[in-house]
Design a protein around this ligand. Structure first.
Ligand code: AHR
Length: 465
């Protein structure tokens, strides 16, 4: 049986675990908003039409900041469509997902939902089909107290106090040719810098995220980050990173996906630090890993080819991956990678939350349930507290496919000021159990030890309806 030995020492720290590391993402996409979190005819719906059973599951999942309203959707979105009397809101074509957007849920309704789940809003602005002017108008609407046209408009729409949104994404995946308003790095960098400067003239203490690459396999990866940051370094706080992993008939590589995320994070921080050195700046740019998950993208792309172009459905079933035990192991491994880089990853968003590549599924008029991937997220969000520790690991390795030989057990650890330690482990062996010993002397741990596990003899077991 493969063996692993871990040594923890409170003196060897990575950095504080910021709560935003356990963020989520809600996009107007498929049945995420409509027939997902929002279903006015459901027996558990509140007075605004949000399902309370889903609210309870999102709370149990333990998500901090939630990115909204997209995603690809935001690059064609007019935020004004989603405010004002619901019955007067326009129905629009959503070009990103070839659907009809009814606009029944917009900023006010979504904030109501966030208040129920206890999460912070991380708002994305449209820098695809729109620009600086619309972004500052949205900021004025959302964050100015009173006395201007747009703040008074918000008040007349029923919200007296500002939304006080701190964290803003300057567009979405602008490096992707599929993105509405796709740009090259220079054009996007200039627009993002201009928009960030204008937004800071309204509110200097905003936290702003520039778009990084939409994946490590993008041909512009690395160079995109460098160019965008050369334009925006002084104006933004974070650069984004997006990564999705799929099994695609290669289980060893899939189980070792965390190694790819480690590499991704190192490359982005290297690009950011290179620009810092170039600019002789004291400021450090950290990562907002604001889309990450397991996603069967190839299956989705094959299905997308069968869509008929004259159909624009409302809330179609899109990207409804049913997750396996192997997927849960990989999600656990990705969380471990994020914790291991807690010094440079300031924020991360599991993409997404409900129905759309989500840990939570719902049926209209029916139940809501936890997918396999729910469990590693909820347990890590609950137990990862305090400071992330460097883990000294030795032991056996396993074939990680295209990632080479990797330690059979991947691990991260955290410790709180009052000495509560948590160790997170994934077994990346496709068939064998492993033995792990942990030396806790260096963190002075005494008292109770408690273990929680997620496993199944069948790697492809699922939780379905
Ligand atoms: O999460 C699904 C999609 O993946 C998002 O809309 C987009 O940003 C990414 O390509």
């Amino acid at each position: 049986m493969p063996r692993t030995h871990l040594v923890l020492d409170a003196a060897f720290t990575v950095g504080p675990v910021r709560r935003r590391l356990f963020g989520g993402f809600v996009e107007h996409l498929g049945r995420h908003v409509y027939d997902g979190i929002h279903e006015p005819t459901h027996e558990t719906a509140d007075e605004h039409g949000f399902r309370k059973d889903v609210v309870e599951l999102v709370k149990e999942l333990g998500v901090s900041a939630i990115r909204y309203p997209g995603g690809n959707f935001v690059s064609g979105y007019k935020w004004e469509d989603g405010v004002g009397p619901v019955e007067q809101r326009p129905r629009r074509l959503d070009l990103a997902w070839h659907s009809t957007e009814t606009n029944e849920v917009g900023l006010h309704e979504f904030q109501h939902w966030l208040d129920q789940v206890g999460s912070e809003l991380m708002l994305a602005v449209n820098l695809g089909t729109r620009g600086t002017q619309e972004a500052i108008e949205l900021l004025e609407y959302a964050n100015i107290d009173a006395g201007t046209a747009l703040s008074e408009y918000r008040r007349s729409n029923g919200r007296q106090e500002p939304f006080a949104i701190k964290m803003w994404c300057l567009g979405n995946e602008m490096d992707g040719p599929w993105q509405l308003g796709h740009k090259n790095a220079d054009d996007y960098g200039k627009l993002a810098a201009m928009t960030a400067k204008a937004m800071r003239q309204i509110q200097p203490d905003l936290e702003l995220v520039a778009c990084g690459s939409s994946g490590a396999s993008m041909p512009t990866f690395g160079e995109w980050e460098r160019t965008v940051l050369e334009h925006t370094y002084d104006d933004v706080d974070y650069i984004s990173a997006h990564a999705y992993y799929e099994e695609d008939d290669d289980l060893p590589s899939f189980l070792a996906s965390g190694a790819n995320m480690d590499h991704f994070i190192k490359t982005v921080t290297t690009a950011a630090d290179h620009v810092q050195a170039q600019k002789k700046s004291d400021k450090r740019i950290d990562i907002s890993f604001d889309e990450w998950n397991v996603w069967s993208i190839k299956k989705w792309e094959a299905k997308a080819k069968t869509f008929t172009l004259d159909e624009w459905p409302v809330a179609p079933r899109l990207l409804e991956d049913v997750y396996t035990v192997a997927d849960a192991v990989v999600v656990g491994g990705l969380l471990i990678s994020l914790l291991r880089h807690a010094d440079r990853v300031a924020s991360a968003s599991l993409a997404q939350l409900v129905n759309v590549i989500g840990p939570i599924m719902t049926e209209p008029g029916g139940p809501a349930w936890r997918q396999t991937t729910f469990f590693p997220f909820s347990v890590t969000s609950r137990l990862a507290q305090g400071t992330s520790l460097q883990v000294k690991a030795s032991g056996d390795t396993v074939d990680g496919g295209k990632h080479g030989e990797v330690p059979v057990v991947d691990s991260a650890a955290t410790v709180t000021e009052d000495g509560k330690a948590a160790v997170f482990l994934v077994n990346r062996h496709p068939s064998e159990p492993t033995t792990v010993t942990i030396d806790l002397a260096g963190i002075g741990a005494t008292g109770d030890v408690h273990a929680e596990g997620v496993w199944d003899d069948d790697l492809h077991a699922v939780n379905d309806l």
